[in-house]
Structure formats: C-alpha cells, structure tokens
Ligand binder design. Sequence first.
Ligand code: NAD
Length: 477
Amino acid sequence: MSTPTTEHENLFIDGAWTPSTGRDRIEVIDPSTEQRLGSVPAATTADVDAAVTAARRALPAWSALDNAERAKALHRLAEALEQRGADMARTVSQQNGMPIAVSAGLEAGFPPLLLRYYADLVADQPRSTRRTGLLGGQIDVVRKPIGVVGVIVPWNFPQTLSMMKIAPALATGNTVVVKPSPETVLDSILLAEAIIEAGLPAGVINIVPGGAEVGSHLVTHPGVDRIAFTGSTATGRTIAEQCGRLLRPVSLELGGKSATIVLDDGDIAGSMEDLFKATLLNNGQTCFLGTRVLAPRNRYSEIVGTLAGLAAAATIGDAVDEATMIGPMVNPRQRDRVEGYIARGKSEGGTVVTGGARPDRPGWFITPTIFSDVTNDAVIAREEIFGPVLTVIAYDSDDDAVAIANDSAYGLGGSVWSTDPERARAFAERIETGTIGINGYNLDPGAPFGGVKDSGLGREWGPEALESYVELQSIYL
Ligand code: NAD
C-alpha cells in the first residue's frame, strides 16, 4: 500500500495507471510541518479527454448491469476502502491539516458507509415501474442513468465530498470522472488502489487531479452529461453559468456563514464538545459551521466567555496527533486570508477576546479566535472566513434572532440551543437554511444535505440524492 510520502508517476484512467500527457506535477506540502509529502502528475486537458472517453466507453455495460450486481461491486469497493481506513485518515490529515480524530470518522469512515448505503438502497430497486395513467392507459416509467458525471471537489473533506457524489452516481448506473483539488491528491491514489482491488470495471471511475483549467474543461466537455460540484460560491456561479448554457444538470454545494443561535434558555456551557463540533470542526475549514453566534443581549458577556473558554482550551497541534483539536490552515494563502479577515474585524471595531495569533511553531496555524462587539453588518459576519474565527452577535428577542440569522447571503447549516427541545425545533423551521441542528450539529448521511441561497442548488445524501443521478423515461404502452 502507498505511503503518503511517495512520488506517483501515473494517473488513474480507464482502470489502469496511465502516464500523463503533460510534464507538470502537483506537489503536496504538509501544512502542520511545512515538509514535502509527495507529488502526482498534474492531469492535462488531454488527460481529461481520455478519462471522459473511458467513462463513456464503460457506461453501456455498467448501466446494463442489474442493480444487485452493481451493488455487489460497491460493497467490494467499500471493503477495500475500509482496509485502507487508517492510511486514508492519515493521508488526508497530512495534506489538509484536518485533526486525525476527525478524518478517522469523516474521511475514512463515511466513504464506505455511503457506498454500502447506496448499494443497499438500489439493490432490489426495479429498473422500471408500471402505472395506469390518468387517461386509463398503461405506462412504464424507466429509471436510466444520466450518463457520465463530472465530480469536482475541494480539499477540506476530499474523500467524503467525492463519495457523496460517486456512490449515488455509480449505484444508479452512471460512470464518473473525479477531479480532486490540487491540495489533496494523495488520498485519491489510495482510492484508485481500492478501485483496482475491488475489481470495478475499467473506466467506471477515473481520476484527474488538477486545478481550475482542468476542472473547467471537465465541466464543459461534450462527453459529460452532469456535473456534481462542491466548492466556493464564486466557482459555483461560474460552473452554473457554463452548465446553464449547455443545459447540463448540475448540483452545487457551496459556501456558508451559518448561525449558532443560543436561545435565552440555551445551555452551551453544558455541551462544549457539541458546541466545538458545530462551530470549529476541522479548524473552521468546514462549510456548515455556525460561525455567527447569536446571543441574547442579557447573556452576551456570559456566552462570549464560554466561547472564549472553548477556543482557549482547544489543543493546537500537528493534524496527525490524536490529541489535536485545531490543526493548521491548508496553505499559507488560506492562513493569510484568515488573518486578513481578523485585521478587518478589528478595523471595523470588533474586539478579539481570545486568539487571532500565530503560535510559535512551524506550520500555517492560527489560534482559534473569538470576536465580540460585532454586528451582523460587519464583513466578518457576512463573508465566509473558512478558518477558526467566530463572531458573537447580540440580539433582543426571538424575532430579532430569526431576522439576524436570515440576514445572510448564505443558508447551509447552523444550530439552535435551548433546554426546551420543542421550542428549539419550532424555532429551527424559521431559519432559512438547508440543514440545522438542535443543541449541536450532528449531520447524518441518511438525510438530504445542501444549501439555500448562495449556499447552493440541489441536495446530496439520503435516498433523495439518488434521484438527481437518474433520468426518467415514460413509455406509453
Ligand atoms: P474552490 O471553489 O476554489 O475549488 C473547489 C474545486 O473546484 C477545486 O477542485 C478547484 O480546483 C475547482 N475549480 C476551481 N475553479 C474552477 C473552475 N472554474 N471550473 C471548474 N473547477 C474549478 O473552493 P475551495 O477554496 O477549494 O474550497 C472551499 C470552499 O468550498 C468553501 O467556500 C466551502 O464553504 C466550500 N465547501 C462547501 C461544502 C458544501 O457542502 N456546501 C462542503 C465543503 C466545502
């Protein structure tokens, strides 16, 4: 099995290790240590062409298989990934700074779980169903795959975000071309090894690591039938425009600036672990985090104090250290961007209660930062920072809290905190967001996940995700 410190010579296209047509390489640096981890060839647009051709070639046979046969293949891939779980978690953490305790669950654990889930959902699903129409005739409604799916993902949860797309796409008979982010390419080598070991037919999954140019080529490729994207809102808009012109189906999981709403009876101090997961998971480099904390004005200083305690107590360290709660930013550009927001928050009158510094150690770290004295119109309350920075905003009534929470371009995650779960549950429905938790944010792949407003289009996860990879054909008998 590969270690993450090796140099890889080939791309994974058409079921085989294939040399790139180009000479460029993508190098990966460990953000915890600033040491080089390894490299892979950078895919070219010609490599994307080869990958799409392979996926198209694989499509007829893969889509013609019985659902049960495809399900067996997905279970085999799940098993091969489970065997590589520890390697996968370490490889992801070394590349993007995700604390290993998080990657063990989310990056090693979720992908096989998703494969098995979608395999079981489709295993005994009929290819078509017959119904009597409104006018009395018989109709067969046939479920067909859409075709070749282009999968484009960011670096923050590279394996799970890929598998959220690959698993339902494959289960419904599509084939895929995956474009990982340049920051996280070594984990895709482990995925390719698992695909080979599982004996998936050649071309069903192809992997082309590269940047925006390669991604854009995939989005607009005439051989691609659907795009599944996770990433920033800016890139999502560009992709949506391109897909709009092509009338190409697209799903978009984009940025967020969600609200953690503490109701006047909310007890955050009693659930520090849940609070951490809902606000600072993965060093703040997580799309659904509730980074705007809304506090009742008469409890404002108490809640600021609780959050400051949470941030100050978080163990900062190398991402592969089991004790680490806060790892580094993925790269120096991201670290500088987060620092820029911290400076902006101060210049707008915000107070840094704790954090906002670079710890004295190698790596691109920022200490978790709590801002008080911030209103919802501050830049740090409106824009996605994608780092460990929380802003605490005061509100005067439940209605005021709803108005502030909904006064955002985004709507992806968030949480409501109350000792009265029914009150919190009713409150949650008033928030314009695709997902929201009560007294925590325990997301679950069994239910639809996605955003409203600038946070995206479409839903992943749950049985609902299958529908977005299916084309329906009505045959009037
Ligand atoms: P990004 O948009 O810069 O890049 C995402 C992916 O798109 C990368 O693979 C990149 O190479 C590729 N890409 C860039 N330009 C492209 C183009 N023009 N055409 C095609 N592909 C292109 O995002 P990022 O900075 O890598 O990731 C962080 C962002 O992702 C944050 O905004 C975060 O909120 C978002 N995100 C959203 C979710 C969600 O589920 N909603 C989950 C994780 C991350």
